[in-house]
Design a protein around this ligand. Structure first.
Ligand code: BJW
Length: 225
């Protein structure tokens, strides 16, 4: 058995037209991270945060998966559940490309989270309009995304897969945000071969066995084939 865990970040969706977070034209430009990606920012100005995520939900709906997303879906088609894709992205481009064994550790734009009852209904409308929760009827919906200081989703499942994998591949992530940034060291400590595919060489202190530099739409299909 050849178990593979692929961790993806904003870089895999960049060539689909979704801005990355920390690039020169990064998404945070014009917004302080503290204002739009923390629970405190949401408490201070919920309308600003809902409008920010409504705009991103609409932007993602108008773009398409690229060759990198499709290559990972092909790999899953070939090896099935021996591939787990762990994405930090809140877009749905992996599933639209055909990936099914997938964890959205930082949540999903296409879901809302009800602060009253905890349900996570599918949601594609604007949240700034303060719609009622379909489960409990309260108007306390927020985007179902993981902000700084909040616990990412499915950490047990991810860590079990990371320690058990033979190959760990990091695609298009800056490695600045934990716990995701720590998975390469964890995989290496448990004997996995580690590979990075990124537009820019990342921190040389991070222990990848193989680091390839270039765009995801070129490197990922090459690595998969
Ligand atoms: C290409 C490309 C192309 C471009 N082809 N490549 C001090 C030390 C350690 C930790 C902490 C600390 N202080 C605070 C913390 C914890 C904090 C954290 O990590 N902070 C750091 C900033 C220091 N983490 C948290 O709070 C997390 N929760 C947590 O820790 O809970 C407690 C806990 C305890 C113990 C165990 C487990 C948990 C929650 C983090 C939530 C992050 N949320 C966001 C927003 C999500 C919603 C949204 O999308 O709006 O997630 S922030 C943002 O960053 C988003 C991303 O998923 C995440 C990572 O960004 P990513 O994907 O790496 O994007 P970029 O832009 O940084 O990089 C893009 C990369 O692509 C670059 O490398 C480019 O080169 C490359 N690229 N084009 C290939 N074409």
């Amino acid at each position: 058995m050849n178990r593979i865990v692929v961790l993806t970040g904003a870089g895999i969706s960049a060539e689909s037209g979704v801005p990355t977070f920390r690039g020169a034209d990064g998404l945070w430009e014009g917004h302080d991270i503290e204002d739009v990606a923390t629970p405190e920012g949401f408490e201070r100005d919920p309308d600003l945060v809902q409008a920010f995520y409504d705009a991103r939900r609409r932007a993602v709906a108008s773009v398409l998966p690229n060759a990198a997303h499709r290559a990972l879906a092909r790999l899953e088609g070939a090896i099935g559940d021996d591939l787990l894709v762990v994405t930090q992205n809140v877009d749905d481009l992996h599933e639209r490309a055909g990936s099914r064994n997938l964890v959205h550790m930082h949540g999903e734009l296409r879901r809302a989270l009800c602060l009253a009852c905890g349900s996570r209904p599918d949601w594609d409308a604007d949240l700034i309009d303060r719609p009622a929760c379909r489960e409990c009827g309260e108007r306390m919906l927020r985007p179902d995304v993981v902000w700084f200081g909040e616990m990412p989703y499915e950490l047990d499942r991810i860590e079990q897969a990371v320690v058990a994998c033979d190959v760990f591949v990091s695609i298009g992530t800056s490695g600045e945000v934990y716990p995701a940034a720590g998975y390469v060291a964890l995989a290496a400590a448990f004997g996995a071969r580690t590979v990075e595919l990124n537009l820019e060489a990342s921190d040389p202190a991070v222990p990848f066995d193989d680091a390839r530099v270039g765009p995801a739409t070129v490197l990922v299909p090459e690595w998969v084939e």
